[in-house]
Write a protein that binds this ligand. Structure first.
Ligand SMILES: Cc1cc2nc3c(=O)[nH]c(=O)nc-3n(C[C@H](O)[C@H](O)[C@H](O)COP(=O)(O)O)c2cc1C
Length: 175
């Protein structure tokens, strides 16, 4: 039984998707994400990000957000990746709900955070309209990098590699 299935029942569906690496187990990363679709662009993207992060040596887990879950476990992680698609101009509701209504905001205080949105809008619009919907909830974060992925880029290894390289470079500098 995995750590999460024992401690955080709401994450039970994801215990078979834990990704890890033996290179540097000192760094614990979690990808907190949301999507209305299963197997859609965000699912593909977070799997690619998780695998790429694990290649750097980090221990990586992922969890699909629920608006009213208990996020106290997030305090155990050194690096948090937040990501969600945009539906009708808004960040997907379980992630935005978790940020505004649960203890996730408190758990993220002072954390090293990378964030992304997946959306069909042009990047400048997404930078202006969508990413702030995540950032406005963060309390004293260290934002490592932020990225707008188009649905096509969700399957683009080089776009994912660039994002993860930005994360690892900024993480190293912030230590
Ligand atoms: C119902 C619906 C509403 C959407 N609304 C927007 C929007 O307002 N702005 C935008 O940039 N993209 C919008 N999109 C595009 C999605 O953000 C994009 O396709 C995303 O990659 C979907 O992620 P998913 O495959 O994980 O569901 C919308 C997509 C759907 C299906």
């Amino acid at each position: 039984m995995s750590y999460y299935s024992m401690t955080f029942p709401f994450l039970r569906n994801f215990t078979d998707q834990i990704m890890s690496s033996n290179i540097n187990k000192d760094t614990k990363a979690i990808i907190l994400y949301d999507s209305q679709s299963v197997g859609g662009s965000t699912d593909r993207l977070i799997d690619s990000i998780g695998r790429k992060l694990a290649e750097t040596g980090a221990y990586v887990e992922k969890a699909r957000c629920k608006a009213n879950a208990d996020y106290s476990f997030v305090k155990e992680f050194d690096l948090v990746v937040l990501g969600a698609p945009i539906y009708y101009l808004l960040v997907a509701s379980e992630l935005s709900g978790a940020l505004s209504r649960s203890n996730l905001k408190r758990a993220l205080k002072g954390k090293k955070i990378a964030m992304f949105v997946t959306c069909g809008s042009p990047e400048p619009m997404a930078q202006f309209l969508y990413l702030p919907q995540i950032k406005m909830h963060l309390d004293n974060p260290v934002i490592l990098t932020e990225k707008v992925f188009s649905p096509d880029q969700a399957s683009d290894p080089s776009a994912v590699a660039d994002f993860v390289n930005d994360i690892t470079a900024a993480f190293g500098k912030s230590c």
